[in-house]
Structure formats: C-alpha cells, structure tokens
Design a protein around this ligand. Structure first.
Ligand SMILES: [Cu+2]
Length: 300
C-alpha cells in the first residue's frame, strides 16, 4: 500500500473514531421509572418491559439487530478484502454481471438471506400472534376499555357495573370516562378497542410493547396484561405509572398526546372503578352530545 493510501485510511479511521466518541458523549442519558438502565452511554436505556408477553417483541427486535450486525460485519470484511485484493497489481476485469455464475451467486445469496432472516422473523411473528397477541378469548376474560383518540388527547371509557358501554341517547350512564388517564389492575387482561374522531393516531404503550393505530371510521383491537412477575423482577411496586404516547405524527400538537397508564393492585382498582363510576353517573348529561362518543362493544 502506498503512502497516499495509508494516509487516506488512517485519516478516515481517525475521523470515524473521533466522531463516534463525540456522539457518545453528547447522547442524553435517559432515566426514570419507565426506563431500564442500559448500563452505559454505548447502550442507551430502553423502556422497561412489564407486560406478560413483552419478551416476545423484544426477542424479535433483538434478533433483527443480531442479523443486521452479522450482515454488516460480513459486508465490511468483504469490502476490505476487495480493497486489498484489487490493488494496482490486479489486472481489471470487465463484465456486465450477467454471466450464469454471477446470476446464480446473486440469486443464491439473496434467497439465503431472505429465507433465513425474513423467514425467521415471519415464523416467530405469526407464532406470537397466534399464541399471544391475537388470543381474543383471553382478552375477553378481563376488563374492556374503549379509547377515543383526538387532536390532542386520549379519552378512555370503561363500562360501569352494568357491563355495557353507553351510546348516544342513553338516559343514564354509569361508564367511567377519563382523559389521558388509564388505570388497570395487575395480572388481568385489558382489552382495548381503539378509534379516532379526526386523523390517524397511534395508541402506544412502550412498557407493554403494544401499539395500535387509532383510525377514523374503524375500531381496532389490542390487549395487554401487567405482569406481577416482571414487577417483582424489577423491584417495582403498585401503584406504578407508565407513559401513553401517540406514535403517529398527527398534527402540530402531536407531542401533547402524552397520557398516564397506572397499574394498580386488584383491590385498589376495584375501589377506584367503583368510585369513578359513581362520580361519572352523577355528572352524566344527556344533552351534552360531545361526550357521547362511546360505541357498542363488539368482541372479535
Ligand atoms: Cu396523535
């Protein structure tokens, strides 16, 4: 390798190293109860997983990262080898890449990557949906919540003691209605039906590894369960607050769509729900049509 090339290589490596270190130094350190400490700036903290099936989502994300790293390393080695092997002593060969050998190699490598990486992700995603995330029978055995997204807040509605959601025109209503405030009991399936009155939002619970679009004109389904085992593992106690976020850019005040999901013990939840239902049935106003956004629940 001649002097010029050495200079180019070492300068390039030096600049990459300096910029990486500089970036690591300015990366903000996140914290708080919602986040698990990643250990260092090189591995930033990430939202705690407190849900029954959260590890399935984490596995998919981690395995995707592993595949990307493996492919990246292979590509780097290949490029370095190509740089060194095809030096000035190497006689250049020209071809259009359409020889049988080239076509077979390209198709073979693409197919191998597709079947190993995408095939693996597809198989496990479908398995997770069947075994967990689309287990609507399990979801139906817990509590039900209707979520009405709008610019720029989350309305939540729980059926009161009568077990039915109020709809327009009801004379009385014992529903619990809250704003940017969702409370759920520990170890109980929570079935959300999500809709929107204006634009597309996305109901996102990072600590439960769950996200569902809130789309005008349709009702989408999602369920979660707070896991006492994961609380114990991470030294968390009830009541514990987690973030609700909007994961779809929905307008100028998108950032305002932050709410709180609180996990309560079953007893505390019952006490809260009973009290909130009484307060709301007293405050119910049949004439206030804006507040009549609930719909008849239809399970999948
Ligand atoms: Cu939004």
């Amino acid at each position: 390798m001649n002097l010029k090339r050495w200079t180019a290589w070492t300068t390039g490596l030096f600049c990459s190293l300096v910029s990486t270190l500089a970036l690591a130094d300015v990366l903000p350190e996140r914290g708080g109860d919602n986040y698990k400490d990643g250990g260092s700036r090189w591995f930033p903290s990430y939202p705690r997983d407190v849900s029954l099936y959260g590890e399935r989502i984490d596995w998919l994300i981690n395995i995707t990262a592993v595949f990307c790293i493996i492919l990246f390393v292979i590509m780097c080695i290949w490029m370095v080898w190509a740089c060194l092997a095809h030096n000035q002593n190497h006689e250049a060969e020209y071809d259009h890449g359409n020889s049988k050998h080239s076509v077979v190699m390209a198709l073979g490598i693409s197919a191998a990557i597709f079947f190993v990486v995408d095939g693996n992700l597809f198989y496990h995603s479908v398995k997770d949906l069947n075994e967990a995330f689309w287990d609507w029978e399990e979801a139906n055995s817990g509590i039900k919540i209707e979520i009405n997204a709008h610019q720029w807040a989350w309305d939540a509605r729980y059926p009161g003691p009568d077990g039915k959601f109020c709809v327009k025109g009801d004379e009385t209503c014992d529903d619990i209605v809250t704003l940017n405030d969702i409370r759920i009991p520990m170890d109980t399936p929570v079935y959300f039906q999500v809709a929107s009155t204006d634009v597309i939002h996305s109901f996102y619970l990072p600590n439960f590894r769950a996200k569902q679009d809130a789309t005008p004109g349709m009702v989408n389904h999602m369920w979660i369960q707070a896991s006492s085992e994961k609380f114990k593992e991470q030294g968390l106690t009830t009541p514990q607050e987690f973030e609700i976020a909007c994961a779809q850019h929905c307008g100028s005040h998108h950032y305002k769509m932050r709410g709180t999901l609180t996990v309560l013990s079953k007893e505390d939840y019952e006490a809260w729900a009973g009290h909130a239902s009484q307060l709301n049935s007293r405050a119910y106003d049949k004439e206030d049509l804006d507040s009549h956004w609930g719909w008849s629940w239809e399970s999948i």
